[in-house]
Design a protein around this ligand. Structure first.
Ligand code: ADP
Length: 486
């Protein structure tokens, strides 16, 4: 049964309002392409109202700014409890709007609770320093919230991305305007209602659904917004970096795409490596920024690995995301499906060997067969471009030195992995590969305690981890003149 859709309007000052233009846009169920709701389409005027509310809520005398840090922590902890209470419903809503398999959406909801608890716990733990400054002075630093933060979300893991930006921002004492992705606005709106229920004061959290060039761009250009945190494509990340410096100098955190290399050495445990490599690229229909979309396999095990990888992909059960036995659901929208199918055609045309899949499934919804290409060369489009689809590209290599250089020969640098039983190979690879996260005999494990972000064009700044609140804080130095003699 379809989950009830309770919220489709813009959320400002803890109130639900229509877009000032009166416009709405359709949001879809990726399983069959049907329209499931009409959502208020925010644009510049709505962003202006949301930012004004967030600015008021950030005033030094506001309820939020006057709250003790420990009370901020308790409020966010209460929100974590409400998330846990509604986790099943939120998972259903996420799956309904994004198409991710319900089992995955439930894991995401569980992670959302854990990440929230961790970020909440930091609300009263960040501290400045006392400094032995030169001269007859007393100097200390304060860490203070940066101001109104614009949080621009992607559609591939909407709920978790909301949590990973909004909760650290709130824990730091900021106020936020969230712009969910146009494909998946529903869970963000439901989270807004839960934050209000938890006692977050009016104006602290505002949510404006809408499109990138309208609501998104207005937010990144707004003079009263002090910080933008964005997760999405590299192309839009570059646009946002420019916009963030156009009107005022906004602080920015960017989590962009990847073309992450996963390396399988001759000495790897194949029984573990094959399914890991499969899940690393087919999970969430390949719509993951850390997808292991370049799979480098050493020559001594290449043929055997390729055979087993093909068997793994053939056995993946694709279908209705609500069926608990389904392993791969649809792509989230038609353009994403068409783009991935386009790359599959390029792979064929450029001479890669298609072993499994390669086609759309049916003509309803946005399903693609799990697809495996072998004998891929570094310069083929399927080895250079982010596909965001269920496409495994397997490349052969001979030595560790060679594969490190090939792995690094890209502008991306989000994640990397290696399967090996040799500690030296693991350490050398981890040291020299240019990536923000490296997994050894593992892939895709993320935890709230470990920093996450990209090298090179995969991003700016880090999210998660003990210091994640720093992205939402300014450091202020206070120096007090002291009498020279007492
Ligand atoms: P994808 O290519 O994976 O769909 P995008 O990077 O296009 O991802 O979108 C991610 C988020 O960025 C969405 O919320 C989208 O609306 C927003 N966005 C897109 N273009 C812009 C823009 N010019 N300015 C601000 N936000 C944008």
């Amino acid at each position: 049964m379809a989950p009830e859709i309770k919220y489709t309007k813009i959320f400002i000052d803890n109130q639900w309002v229509d877009a000032k233009s009166g416009k709405t846009f359709d949001t879809y169920y990726p399983h069959d392409g049907s329209v499931i709701a009409k959502v208020a389409e925010g644009d510049k005027a709505d962003i202006d109202a949301a930012v004004d509310a967030a600015k008021r809520a950030f005033h030094r005398n506001s309820e939020w700014r006057q709250l003790d840090a420990s009370q901020r922590r308790l409020t966010l902890d209460k929100f974590a409890g409400l998330l846990a209470r509604d986790a099943d419903y939120l998972a259903q809503l996420e799956s309904y709007n994004n198409g991710m398999v319900l089992t995955m959406a439930k894991m995401m909801a569980h992670s959302a609770v854990n990440f929230t608890k961790y970020f909440a716990s930091l609300a009263d733990k960040f501290q400045g320093n006392t400094i032995p400054a030169d001269g007859a002075v007393f100097s200390y630093t304060l860490k203070q919230p940066v101001g109104v933060c614009g949080l621009i979300l992607p559609w591939n893991a909407p709920m978790l991305m909301f949590i990973c930006k909004a909760i650290p921002a709130l824990a730091a004492g900021c106020t936020v305007v969230v712009k969910p992705a146009e494909q998946t606005p529903l869970t963000a709106l439901a989270l807004g209602a839960l934050l209000a229920e938890a006692g977050v004061p009016a104006g602290v959290v505002n949510i404006v659904p809408g499109f990138g060039p309208g609501a998104g761009s207005s937010l990144t250009h707004h003079a009263k917004v002090s910080k933008i945190s964005f997760t999405g494509s590299m192309e839009v990340g570059k646009i946002i970096q420019q916009a963030a410096g156009a009107v005022n100098l906004k602080r920015i955190t960017l989590e962009l795409g990847g073309k992450s290399p996963l390396v399988i050495m001759n000495d790897a445990d194949l029984a573990a490596a094959v399914p890991y490599a499969g899940r690393a690229v087919f999970a969430m229909s390949g719509q993951v920024c850390i997808a292991a979309s370049r799979l480098y396999v050493q020559s001594g095990i290449y043929d055997e690995f390729v055979k087993r990888a093909a068997e793994f992909a053939k056995a993946i059960k694709v279908g209705d995301p609500t069926d608990p036995t389904t392993q791969q659901g649809p792509q989230t929208d038609e353009p994403t499906m068409s783009k991935a199918l386009g790359y599959i055609e390029k792979g064929k045309a450029e001479g890669a060997k298609l072993l499994v899949g390669g086609k759309r499934i049916g003509n309803k919804g946005y399903y693609i067969e799990p697809t495996v290409f072998a004998d891929v060369k570094d310069n083929m489009s399927i080895a250079t471009d982010e596909i965001f689809g269920p496409v495994q590209s397997i490349l052969k290599f001979d030595t560790l030195e060679e594969v490190i250089d090939r792995a690094n020969n890209t502008n991306y640098g989000l994640a990397a992995g290696i399967f090996t039983t040799n500690i030296n190979s693991a350490l050398q690879f981890s040291k020299y590969v240019e990536a923000g996260t490296v997994w050894v005999n593992d892939y895709m494990t993320l935890a709230p305690q470990t920093p996450f972000g990209g090298f090179k064009d995969s991003g700016l700044g880090r999210e998660y981890g003990r210091d994640c609140l720093d992205a939402y804080l300014e450091v202020k130095t206070v120096t007090i003149n002291l009498p020279k003699k007492i």
